[in-house]
Design a protein around this ligand. Structure first.
Ligand code: IMP
Length: 198
């Protein structure tokens, strides 16, 4: 019986959403105090999620949930994909935060690359891994939509101001957290994994 789950992320946007998604399950949700700075060396969401979950499990010895997620744009050959969080400096690397903040820098770069593209379809994807003492579980969730011409809305995080989910006339950043969690890649992946755990 799993009563406590450590959620291996230091991203505040993700933490808020994961807490709210897991509220309906009878588990205590814990967050690590330290950032283990696990290298996301792989070009696979699943492997990155697995590496994060394993690294935190080995330190805390508590069932550990990690997720790796990103935005996939087919007309950009799948970019930003696994590079979503550091897309703005993919070519030149470096650790310096851009003046306008990472999220804005990522959005500006994506909009620049999308200029003149007819096909603006995109999807968010999340892979979740639950690392347990005697094994593990994984799941995938997707949320389909399109890339807007300019940012709209203040909610969410990351690319949400330029992502319009299918069936909505609003950006993801204009949805309440509850609305977003119902349709999001993260909501789907986490509910699936919790269902499997049951
Ligand atoms: P990572 O999983 O920590 O490598 O980061 C995933 C990155 O993908 C985030 O930093 C965001 O840029 C983007 N991303 C993932 N999920 C979302 C979301 O729900 N909204 C907006 N951006 C997201």
């Amino acid at each position: 019986m799993v009563r406590r789950i450590l959620v291996a992320t230091t991203n505040l946007g993700k933490r808020r959403e994961i807490l709210s998604i897991l509220r309906e399950y009878e588990v205590e949700v814990l967050f690590p105090e330290e950032d283990l700075k696990v290298e996301e060396g792989s070009c696979s969401f699943l492997e990155n999620a697995y590496l994060k979950a394993k690294a935190y499990y080995e330190v805390y010895k508590i069932p550990t949930l990690a997720e790796d997620s990103g935005l996939v744009v087919p007309s950009l050959d799948g970019y930003p994909g696994v590079y979503s969080s550091r897309f703005y400096n993919l070519e030149w690397g470096g650790k310096e935060e851009p003046k306008e903040g990472k999220d804005k820098a990522n959005i500006n770069k994506l909009l620049r690359l999308m200029e003149g593209k007819q096909d603006r379809r995109a999807y968010y994807v999340a892979f979740a891994v639950l690392f347990l003492e005697d094994g593990g579980l994984w799941s995938e969730g997707r949320c389909y939509g399109t890339i807007l011409q300019e940012p709209v809305g203040e909610g969410g995080f990351g690319y949400d101001p330029i992502f319009q989910p299918e069936g909505f006339q609003k950006s993801m950043a204009q949805l309440s957290m509850e609305e977003k969690n119902l349709i999001s890649h993260r909501g789907k992946a986490l509910r699936r994994i919790m269902q499997m755990l049951k």
